[in-house]
Design a protein around this ligand. Structure first.
Ligand SMILES: [Zn+2]
Length: 140
C-alpha cells in the first residue's frame, strides 16, 4: 500500500486498472479543492495491475459507487500519517442514480424526476435489475 506523503486523507487502493478516472468522476472528486493523485497501472502483487487514488483530505465517500465498481477496492483512512481504518465496500444491495434504466417503456423514462434505482438480484454474478421494470442493468 502506498501512503506517500499523506498525513490526513484517504487512499483508494486496488481499483481495477484503467477505471480510476471513472471512479474519480463518479465520486465527484473534481469538486474538491484538496490534492488528489491518480496512479494508473500501478504494479501490485495481489492483482496484476491496479489504479490508486490518493486524496489528501478525509471526505465522505459514496460507498455505493465504490462497491459497484469492484468489491475488491480497499479504502484506507490515514490520520496523522498512520493507517487507522481499512474498508472494503461490498456490492451494494441498492443503487440510486449510479446507473440508468435504458428501457424506453420504464416509468423512469417518462417521470424525469424519479430516481433510477436498481436492486442486486444475484450477488454471485453481480446482476442488478431496475426496481420499477425489472430490466437487467448493463455492467459498465
Ligand atoms: Zn426500468
Amino acid at each position: 500500500m502506498i501512503i506517500g506523503s499523506i498525513v490526513d486523507g484517504i487512499v483508494i487502493d486496488h481499483i481495477p486498472a484503467g477505471r480510476g478516472m471513472e471512479l474519480y468522476r463518479d465520486l465527484r472528486l473534481d469538486n474538491l479543492d484538496c490534492e488528489i493523485v491518480l496512479i494508473k497501472n500501478a504494479v501490485s502483487r495481489k492483482i496484476e495491475k491496479k489504479d490508486v487514488l490518493k486524496i489528501n483530505e478525509v471526505i465522505d465517500l459514496n460507498y455505493e459507487v465504490l462497491g459497484f465498481i469492484d468489491p475488491k477496492i480497499t479504502v484506507n483512512f490515514i490520520r496523522g500519517g498512520a493507517l487507522i481504518q481499512k474498508v472494503n465496500p461490498p456490492l451494494p444491495e441498492l443503487l440510486t442514480n449510479i446507473i440508468y434504466c435504458k428501457n424506453p417503456r420504464c416509468i423512469t423514462s417518462t417521470e424525469q424526476e424519479l430516481a433510477h434505482r436498481f436492486r442486486l438480484t444475484d450477488r454471485e454474478s453481480g446482476v442488478y435489475r431496475c426496481l420499477y421494470c425489472e430490466v437487467r442493468a448493463e455492467r459498465r
